[in-house]
Design a protein around this ligand. Structure first.
Ligand code: AMP
Length: 546
């Protein structure tokens, strides 16, 4: 017997329809590439998204066609999120920090039909337009006064002209909720990036998951500022979740430096934010230096890479901001776990709470997880045993886009689990702790050493800006940990002081064999340390033998 409830499909357009109807006056505030602050409401956004849907149709964009964007977090980008996906096209957000050759490759792999881009990327598109073979139209996301007088880009269209010329009379179409909605490429460190193709259903379900109390706890009373870019896994769902709950949305544009962010936080009354540790480091540095604080910010999600314990402590103890450590990946839409305390844990003293909050967190409903050993057997949740982290759920990828020759990305044991490539332990209470990326694990005499714990300890030293622990070749143990340290400007610390930090905190054989100081630790396009580059750079490093 079937239930007798309406089977209305879960569609992205419904999020905006809801926001317009129930939160029409709520503001969307954007810092523009042009330099000024733009403000309008969900009502205005909805109207322009409908105009965009009509405009895309006029450009010949049909159901399933890919619409590329090279854009920051801003209202025009949100209009495309809804205008493209809502009309049945596929929004493809490209990461402008990638190398131009990679961007051309990705646009070709995706067969993007239109490319929207912001003024910041005009030189990039000028230099590469002829190589984007599938792209029929280039649209500059600006008004007429910012259009270049001369350009090599063929038939360059002005975004505001495009909107102005389109009617706002548009009924969002209804279709199968499993229809593709958006496409995002992983920033793989080796080989070409791979596309993850989200559906309307996966996106809307992820959005519900995102807003749950023990996830981000978003509500109509919140003011949300996603620092995480809209080109990196859909800003972790924020551009969908904010309209869903009626939160005010504040978008920082290209200005991600400490001062610009802090100004926006304070001027707009931001209560909730989300970003990677490297961005928070810049913000905290600015706030510390100028003796400032956060007068409205209550909580923030930090994820994308491990949140250093020292950062967690400053946010919580000094500024009273509740840090929610989160873990996820492009293939997971991205949210997998969030570290919200369980019953009773809020009675722990602050230092004990911080120990829990440093873990990557608990699976939110919709994500199932387990750790497995080399033979695929499930390993115990004892907080110590580590194994490969496997996940499954309705917003987790089944197979990569366009990879027919390599369809199998999950299901090693035939059970429908996606192998994340992360190595983790899980406590009996269900809190997961990432110890490493499997390709970054240091294998010393057959034992695994987790680089993230060592980096966390190193980052606790006040003179350390960033630290990476990598495997260095060793004649007896195969590999031993080598600590690479980037100091804060004007600060000093010695090799011996660094090594002394580890005494008593980790097993003796985990302590790095050596420390090297470097001017720069390379970061990838999404702000993660590129340890493969460091391994290449220090491949010839000779470890001391005693
Ligand atoms: P991406 O798909 O680019 O978002 O990268 C996903 C990967 O980032 C994960 O598989 C993890 O290796 C890493 N990652 C994400 N969040 C965390 C976290 N909180 N702690 C440690 N690693 C993380």
């Amino acid at each position: 017997m079937l239930g007798q409830m309406m089977s209305q499909p879960l569609l992205i357009s419904s999020l905006l329809v809801h926001a317009e109807r129930h939160h029409g006056d709520r503001e969307v505030v954007s810092r523009r590439v042009e330099g000024d602050i733009h403000r309008y409401t969900y009502r205005d956004l909805s109207k322009r998204a409908r105009q965009m849907a009509n405009a895309l149709a006029a450009l010949g964009v049909g159901h399933g066609d890919r619409v590329g964007t090279l854009a920051w977090n801003g209202y025009r980008h949100v209009e495309l999120y809804y205008g493209a996906s809502g009309s049945g096209a596929v929004l493809h957000t490209l990461n402008p920090r990638l190398h131009p050759d990679q961007l051309v490759w990705i646009a070709d792999d995706a067969q993007d039909k239109v490319m929207f881009f912001e003024i910041s990327f005009l030189p990039l598109i000028e230099a590469t337009a002829a190589r984007f073979e599938s792209v029929k139209h280039f649209v500059l996301m600006a008004d007429r006064s910012h259009m270049p007088e001369e350009t090599k880009i063929p038939n360059l269209i002005c975004y505001e002209d495009l909107i102005e010329g389109a009617s706002d009379d548009y009924d969002w179409p209804s279709f199968d909720e499993n229809t593709a909605s958006s496409l995002c490429y992983t920033s793989g460190t080796t080989g070409n990036p791979k596309g993850v193709l989200y559906s309307h259903r996966s996106t809307v379900l992820h959005c519900y998951g995102c807003a749950l109390p023990d996830s981000t706890n978003l509500s109509a009373r919140d003011v949300v500022l996603p620092v995480v870019p809209m080109f990196h896994v859909n800003a972790w769902g924020m551009a969908y979740a904010a309209p869903m709950v009626g939160a005010k949305l504040v978008l920082p544009g290209p200005a991600l430096d400490g001062k610009s962010l802090h100004d926006l936080f304070e001027n707009e009354g931001v209560t909730f934010s989300a970003g990677v540790p490297t961005v928070w480091q810049g913000l905290l540095g600015y706030v510390e230096e100028h003796g400032l604080g956060f007068s409205t910010m209550k909580r923030t999600v930090i994820g994308g890479s491990a949140c250093p314990a020292a950062m967690l402590e400053v946010f919580e103890k000094k500024y009273g901001v509740n840090v929610l450590h989160g873990w996820g990946m492009t293939e997971m839409s991205p949210l997998g776990t969030v570290c919200a305390l369980k019953a009773g844990q809020d009675a722990l003293d602050i230092d004990e709470q911080l120990k829990v909050k440093a873990l990557q967190g608990r699976a939110i409903y919709g994500v199932d997880m387990k750790i497995t050993g080399e033979d695929g057997e499930e390993l115990p949740w004892d907080g110590e045993t580590t194994g490969e982290l496997m996940v499954r759920g309705p917003w987790i990828m089944q197979s990569y886009f366009n990879r027919d020759e390599d369809p199998l990305v999950y299901d090693k044991a035939g059970n429908g689990w996606f192998p994340t490539g992360d190595v983790a332990a899980i406590t009996p209470e269900g809190f997961m702790r990432i110890t490493d990326r499997s390709k970054d694990v240091i294998k010393s005499g057959g034992e695994w050493i987790g680089s993230i714990d060592l980096e966390n300890i190193a980052m606790g030293h006040p003179a350390v800006a960033m630290a990476a622990c990598i495997a260095a070749p060793h004649p007896k143990w195969d590999e031993r940990p080598l600590l690479v340290v980037m100091k804060k400007p004007g600060k000093e610390v010695t090799r011996e002081e660094m090594l002394a930090l580890f005494e008593g905190k980790v097993a003796k054989f985990w302590i790095p064999d050596d420390v090297v100081f470097t001017d720069e630790i390379p970061l990838g396009a999404t702000g993660k340390m590129q340890k493969n580059k460091l391994r290449e750079e220090f491949a010839g490093h000779v470890l001391p033998t005693v």
